[in-house]
Design a protein around this ligand. Structure first.
Ligand code: CP
Length: 277
């Protein structure tokens, strides 16, 4: 594995499978009364968040703590960023406090890449604007693998389009052919132009409601990375249905991020789950 995780392309197929397999082992800890492992004891992980986040920030914090790392949470709001301090100076300040890994969420595409040039520790991209969110991709892959392995006995024949992929604007015609439907929030905070006439029209054409969900094959699942806008891209009855993996994705985010931190930081071997403490 490389030292940083800036892009999903930093991972070979073998790296990605190793992360998912490690996450699977760690997931068995989640149901135990004591979830903590000593594997990153003495290491320091910094959460450096320049943008709002609920799932990513909290799950990275939970993941690092479950591996016994010390965690420093930095939010740009309320910090010296408001006084004009740059990303570089902020990062160097945090590094001076002994960061072994810096997890960064930033609105600017490429921010994680720039940071990796300034600090000695590992940099993990927790979302850089319209660019990438590689641990989201990993936790989504983990969720797909778990759900479809259980319902189909394997992943053979599952279709994932890679770039350049086929694009359709007719949601209804695609649903019956889909194994996984991933609904995404319209990120209005990143839009500088009006891309559709109204939320109501967008929802009517592209929102997944119960009638549309009924077109899916029996084994198909509905995913959403969150945060979702109920009633816009996804109806409440779909979000809360048995096909929905939305809550599982959040739980899987903790174990997948534990696996990433463990593998990137070269943690000590984790004990058999019965020995967790
Ligand atoms: N999926 C995701 O990145 O959610 P947050 O913005 O809440 O972290």
């Amino acid at each position: 594995m490389k030292r940083h995780l800036i892009s999903a392309a930093d991972l070979s197929r073998g790296d990605a499978v190793l992360i998912l397999d490690t996450a699977e082992e760690l997931a068995s800890l989640a149901d135990r009364p004591i979830k903590k492992l000593p594997t990153l004891r003495g290491r320091t992980v910094v959460n450096l968040f320049y943008e709002d986040s609920t799932r990513t920030r909290i799950s990275f914090e939970a993941a690092a703590k479950r591996l016994s790392a010390d965690v420093i949470n930095f939010s740009a709001k309320g910090s010296s960023v408001a006084k004009g301090e740059s990303l570089k100076d902020t990062a160097l300040t945090l590094e001076a406090m002994g960061a072994d890994a810096v997890i960064i969420r930033h609105g600017a595409s490429g921010a994680a890449h720039r940071l990796a040039g300034w600090v000695r520790g590992s940099v993990l991209n927790a979302g850089d604007g319209t660019h990438e969110h590689p641990t989201q991709a990993l936790l989504d892959a983990f969720t797909i693998r778990r759900r479809l392995m259980a319902s189909r006995g394997g992943l053979g024949g599952i279709r994932v389009s890679c770039w350049p992929c086929a694009v359709s604007y007719d949601l209804d015609s695609e649903l019956s052919k889909s194994d996984v439907v991933m609904m995404l929030r319209v990120q209005q905070e990143r839009m500088s132009a009006a891309y559709f006439p109204s939320v109501r029209e967008y929802s009517r054409r592209y929102g997944l409601d119960a009638a549309r969900m009924a077109r899916l094959p029996g084994h198909a699942i509905v995913m959403h990375p969150g945060p979702m806008n109920r009633g816009v891209e996804i109806a409440a009855e779909v979000a809360d249905s048995v096909r929905s993996t939305i809550v599982e994705q959040v739980a899987n985010g903790v174990t997948t991020r534990m696996a990433v931190l463990y593998l990137l930081l070269g943690g000590t071997e984790f004990p058999a789950t019965g020995e967790a403490r």
